[in-house]
Design a protein around this ligand. Structure first.
Ligand code: CUA
Length: 314
């Protein structure tokens, strides 16, 4: 068995990989160094201070404030250093949206991974992405908790029912990589696997062109199918508020508080319209709980998002 068939670490195929590997290596090195140091001192002192005769008496030791402060504060500062380092990597992966990120929508379901690309293509247990382009993943589960795990990217994040989770990563190497579910989710959990294909930009463009309707178009179709279009008129003369320009804007609610109309808010407003009602409107919208799949919700939100891009519409 050589290093090729039994690699110590997975392929390194994203901007996060070297950062997470460096942190891991430093933590392992730190732990190994102190483990060896402590064991060596225990054994060394056991030999050095061994009772040598019957009359050997333990001397009285008075504490040393300097020494005690040193062995308390130094490890504290060192561990705090790892905490700051680790947190900065975590924030980069899970809380910092890069400029111009390409969006990928993942829906977990017993037992498969469904992916939607805004341009249209949809895939199951596969993911095609271009190399060197920042990606924003938005994920949700149709049923139980799953976890989207791409070892070569060094990303793993829980995919939850009822809540969107995100991560941000830039693939840096073309090739085919493993995709796993990393949260036990029932009988076929171990089969909830797939492949990630990182492609050259030009190959990716070709691949995308083979897809069908865009998410926005699908969302627009659902928007009329479910009758949203009859109340949410673009001129604000309908029984519900116009949704033009609503995406990611601040909305004033009946109780006076302000909320940001982000993905989570829009999803909640479709499934549970009474939860947060926009000021001056009545609570007349029916719930769509259980009627629209999570994939459909993502499509409707993509459509609402697209409404902000149309210029000249008020
Ligand atoms: Cu899905 Cu384990």
């Amino acid at each position: 068995m050589n290093a090729k068939t039994f690699p110590l670490v997975p392929d390194s195929a994203s901007d996060l990989a070297p950062q997470i590997d460096a942190l891991m290596l430093a933590e392992i090195g730190f732990s190994v160094f102190f483990t060896i140091l402590i064991f060596a001192l225990v054994i060394g002192f056991a030999i050095k201070f061994k009772r040598k005769s019957e009359h050997d008496v333990t001397p009285h030791i008075h504490g040393s404030l300097a020494l005690e402060l040193a062995w308390s504060l130094l490890p504290f500062v060192m561990i705090l250093g790892f905490f700051v380092w680790g947190t900065s990597v975590y924030f980069k992966a899970y809380a910092t949206e890069p400029q111009g990120a390409m969006e990928i929508f993942v829906t977990g379901k017993q037992w498969m991974w469904k992916v939607q690309h805004p341009e249209g293509p949809r895939e199951i247990n596969e993911l095609h992405v271009p190399v060197n382009r920042p990606l924003k993943f938005t994920m949700i589960s149709e049923d139980v908790i799953h976890s989207y795990f791409i070892p070569a990217f060094r990303v793993k994040r829980d995919v939850l029912p009822g809540r969107y989770t995100n991560f941000y990563v830039t693939p840096t190497k073309t090739g085919k990589f493993h995709l796993f579910c990393a949260e036990y989710c029932g009988t076929q959990h171990s089969g909830m696997i797939g492949s990630v294909y990182v492609m050259e930009e030009s190959d990716y463009e070709k691949w995308v062109a083979g897809g069908d309707e865009s998410m926005t178009a699908r969302g627009e179709a659902l928007f009329s199918q479910y009758g949203c279009v009859t109340c949410h008129l673009p001129d604000n003369k309908g029984r519900g508020p116009s949704l033009v320009g609503v995406y990611n804007s601040m909305q004033k609610l009946q109780n006076g508080t302000m909320v940001k109309a982000d993905d989570a808010y829009l999803r909640e407003s479709i499934l549970n319209p009474r939860a947060k009602i926009v000021d001056t409107y009545q609570s007349i919208m029916p719930t769509f709980q259980g009627q629209i799949s999570e994939e459909g919700l993502l499509q409707i939100i993509a459509y609402i998002k697209s409404l902000e891009q149309e210029e000249g519409v008020q």
